[in-house]
Design a protein around this ligand. Structure first.
Ligand code: BES
Ligand code: MN
Length: 455
């Protein structure tokens, strides 16, 4: 039996235990966006570190970053062989709206082919798929390459401390290639390698009217309602075609080439697949681009949340003192988050009425990334996926963001292979997040082949 086959047999025999261990990891409520969960985020880092030690990874430690720690570990037994850096994040998104969950968010529940829980697909499941593949190889023979782990606790808040942390530890994270399983796949039957990610610039826009809430009968019609003023400002941020109207927003956006249009048109991500996955009655957006190009290659401006006035049960005739919108822009090459902040402020300077005052609070940002697919690492992944799925992977640009990918390129000179078992209907960041177990298992097998292909 080949070494890869032995490791795969081990992985198959241990599937039940792997699911149990994943459930323990999931149980820890590591919500990085909410300071109230700081202790839980650290606990998840400690759990991951302890698990790495259990399977025999060496030099495991929690490294302070100024925010949530990075878990490091290594296995450097093959002088001369390539070094693979494994990236993952152990933080998760908030669970709200909690009332829409069918099972408790942090109690992993298996129903049919799916394991339901916050963090199952994004991405504790993907982290464990990788660690399980490593364990399977370690327990059945010699590890064919050198390994390093970088498990982050701030991915869901734009990796805000990584820009300071990485330059200080450049040598420690030196590697020939980074395996990053946080990018998902087009479908269970279509293995996917992602070569583009969008960046992000996240803001709060606060609109202030009177110094306190007013009676809407006494003052309505005479005082500009901040909720209305905010709605008017937001409504003006797109034109009727869905194009963003911030001044200069598209100035540094790379033009979509004919070649990219052609390549993207061949992907199975069609208008129909977007309709089916989202359940909306009709799609929306810039009509000169297909939905796959709109999400992969074009920038956006999204309202992520709105807050103002009375939203409790029943009625209250109030003219609210203030209104707030959470706004984020997905960015593409060669946009810069700092410039987008200026463009948002310029739009507000030009359009905000004299009846209110406003303030923009930047929360965090994340760089876009285009990865090099012409590397030994991507070839090893491509071959591994073909072995397991029996077909070549598809290559696409994805609309989500993973801050560390560009930072690894720019700071450490390391290229990433973006893959993963997350599927478009896994409800990541939404209620009832789930992970497709058959794809999870296939990915473990593919990662085993990948490590042997790398040597
Ligand atoms: N795993 C996702 C990003 C992703 C999803 C990439 C699907 C490719 C395919 C990641 O955990 C994520 O959600 N990132 C955040 C980062 C942001 C807060 C800076 C995102 O994209 O919203
Ligand atoms: Mn996420």
């Amino acid at each position: 039996m080949s070494d890869a086959k032995k490791a795969i047999a081990y992985a198959h025999e241990n599937r039940e235990r792997f699911t149990k261990e994943l459930s323990e990891f999931i149980k820890i409520e590591s919500i990085s966006t909410d300071d109230a969960y700081k202790a839980q985020v650290t606990q998840a880092a400690e759990w991951a570190a302890a698990h790495l030690r259990t399977i025999g990874i060496e030099n495991v430690k929690l490294m302070p970053t100024g925010g949530h720690p990075v878990v490091y570990g290594d296995l450097l037994k093959k002088p001369g062989a390539p070094t693979v850096l494994i990236y993952g994040h152990y933080d998760v998104q908030p669970v709200d709206p909690i009332e829409l969950w069918e099972t408790a968010p942090f109690d992993a529940v298996v129903k049919g082919d799916y394991l339901f829980a916050r963090g199952s697909s994004d991405m504790k499941g993907q982290v464990m798929a990788t660690i399980n593949a490593v364990e399977a190889i370690m327990k059945t023979g010699d590890f064919p390459v050198n390994l390093k782990f970088m498990l982050e606790g701030e991915e869901e808040i734009g990796s805000m401390n990584m820009g300071n942390f990485l330059p200080k530890h450049k040598d420690l994270f030196k590697a020939d290639f980074c395996l990053n399983p946080d990018a998902g796949a087009i479908s269970a039957d279509e293995p996917t390698i992602t070569f583009g990610l969008r960046g992000l610039a996240y803001f709060e826009l606060h609109v202030y009217g009177p110094p306190r809430d007013l009676h809407s009968g006494l003052f309505g019609g005479t005082v500009h309602n901040p909720a209305q003023a905010l709605a008017e400002l937001i409504a003006g941020m797109h034109d009727a075609n869905g194009t963003v109207t911030l001044p200069g927003f598209y100035d540094s956006v790379r033009v979509v080439t004919d070649q990219e249009r052609e390549d993207t048109a061949k992907l199975p991500t069609t208008p129909e697949s977007y309709l089916q996955q989202t359940g909306v009655p009709a799609l929306w957006g810039e009509k000169e681009f297909t939905p796959a190009l709109r999400t992969g290659a074009r920038p956006t401006l999204e309202i992520n949340g709105l807050l103002s006035g009375w939203t409790g049960p029943g009625s209250k005739t109030v003219l609210p003192a203030r209104a707030m919108a959470k706004i984020s822009c997905r960015l593409v090459p060669d946009q810069d988050p700092a410039i987008v902040e200026k463009q948002l402020k310029q739009y507000l300077e030009e359009h905000a009425p004299k009846t209110i005052t406003w303030e923009v609070k930047p929360l965090h940002d994340s760089p876009w990334a285009i990865t090099d697919t012409n590397t030994a690492g991507v070839r090893a992944l491509d071959a591994a996926m073909e072995t397991v799925w029996g077909r070549k992977p598809l290559y696409r640009r994805e609309g989500g963001s993973i801050g560390v990918v560009a930072m690894l390129q720019n700071i450490c000179g390391v290229e990433s292979g973006l893959v993963g078992g997350g599927l478009p209907d896994d409800n990541i960041h939404s209620p009832n997040e789930r992970m497709h177990l058959p794809t999870w298992h296939k990915n473990m097998d593919a990662f085993i082949h990948f490590f042997f292909n790398m040597k």
